[in-house]
Ligand binder design. Sequence first.
Ligand code: AQP
Length: 338
Amino acid sequence: MTTPRHPRVLSGVQPTGALHLGNYLGALVKFTRLQHEMETFIFVADLHAITQWQDPKLLKSQVREIAAAYLAAGLDPKIATIFPQSAVPEHAELAWVFNCVARLGWLDRMTQFKDKAGKHKERESVGLYTYPVLQAADILIYKATHVPVGEDQKQHLELTRDIAQKFNHDFDVPDFFPQPEAVIEGPGARIMSLRDGTSKMSKSDPSDYSRINLTDDADAILQKVRKARTDPEPLPETLEELKARPEAQNLVGIYAALDGRTSADVLTEFAGVGFGTFKPRLADLAVAKLGPVGEAMRRYMSDPAEIDRILTAGAARAREVAAPTLAEVKSIVGYWAG
Ligand code: AQP
């Protein structure tokens, strides 16, 4: 009953539609980097996806598409474990225990539920409400220590830490679950809509011009960057001056994240330059970085049998780690079958 001796990464993406630049920079790029530093488990979150309606005829191919995006972004199934969440039932079983550990007051504070449910929360699924509890189970079933996510997931990660701590305390098993850390840093952590620098780039935004999809071709990327909302001022010298200009700040952040630099560094290069010059440079960079990812995605998608083989092998490996944790939890809780 100890925390793992080595750091372990866990994260996932929902198969709820085409992935965009925010998912890529906020999540996929970090997965790919971390797989070389720590043992890495990356899943396709199909249990989470059905918290909102998904067409059953499409769900499997949506799962394959996310897996293809992972592979195209550089996740290597020889190093990282890639699997569909629904193929590892231990996630859902642990989530039930955590439903009994988490407090209603904690869930009532979750802003993502409030944002997604809007004014009609009574019409939403119970699953959408308890989504962060399942997320805690996703992470802690592997006793993961590092969780690469975009900034929008910060609050859910804090809830995971609270659940881990309360479980360890209530059942008097100090250190059974670790306190996982969110890996959020860098300019890619919060990519905003190209139409509104104050809202997050999102799959569910009705305007396709608000986001760059990983499958967009060069022409679409050029168009979207060209039409991105900006202001008439040239780029300033300092980050401080950029703060009051959310659209400009976003485009600088995107440039920095795509180029593996800081926003301050980008300003050093482009201070005094107008968007008429900056936007074509950004579009070229986006095409150069995302073009090969989209192409690789299409290549992987043309061989679904290979994706299925990778996902099946990944699920078997994931269960090797998840099953012993669940067995210990059952015994700790005092289950008949524990
Ligand atoms: N705009 C973003 N900037 C940086 N990171 C982002 N992520 C999402 N949007 C941004 C990160 O992508 C990972 C996968 O997210 P998800 O599958 O849980 O989907 P989501 O957060 O629900 O993505 P969307 O696009 O915002 O979908 P909708 O519109 O359905 O809500 C996570 O690590 C997330 O932080």
